[in-house]
Design a protein around this ligand. Sequence first.
Ligand SMILES: [Cu+2]
Length: 271
Amino acid sequence: MVRVPGGTFLMGGDDPDGRPEDGEGPVREVRLEPFLIDPACVTNAQFATFVKETGYVTEAERIGWSFVFAQFATGGVMDASVPGAPWWAGVEGAAWRSPEGPGSSVGDRQNHPVVHVSWNDATAYAAWAGKRLPTEAEWEMAARGGLSRQRYPWGDELAPKGRQRCNIWQGRFPTAPSKGTMPVKSFQPNGYGLYNVSGNVWEWTADWWSTSFAGSADDPTGPADGTAKVIRGGSYLCHDSYCNRYRVAARTSNTPDSSTGHTGFRCAALR
Ligand SMILES: [Cu+2]
């Protein structure tokens, strides 16, 4: 794990590209104690060790299906759609070991992030590993890598000197072919040594979702309860034309029992 020194940082953003309903702003000063965080998301290989040792069964496996980017589905497509996001398909048999549905496997993706894990699954893994999920504030401070008020974890430019820095959608969405996830240590890490905080997969945080920030500015832990958990970082499906949430201030949420083919997690520790 890498150590993030703590101290104060400016959390949130006021980017005009942000959507008001996402609650990225206002920019506010937040103070954190030092903490440890995984440099990369939990991989399929790591999750397999957890499952082997504990016999854990994920929520997608228990429910029998999960959401897959429709272009990837290998079969088992159900009559379940996401309003406004027709590129998602509910797929029977989709789960962490079979991310595209029946017959798919992670055999050649051992170092890719585990996906189709719910917040509850991620929390169970973290407890097994003697860790926990990062708070949203920890996630953002770590993701910023020591930079202040920059648009991305590496600075303000999406592709400095024309070089791609993160795994987001390339080409026209959603028709261009996508490669999906990449290894968890793709691209250069940020200033704190974290890989792929922007793009690749969304990452679960510990906090309940809210768009107002009334609580303490010291080690904030979000609202006491809620219905959805904050996810951060964006994914391989993000594209400026419809979802620019690979910006480091960007945020959205999902319910704690939901799983998709573009959401994973990394762990934190200490306080
Ligand atoms: Cu996005």
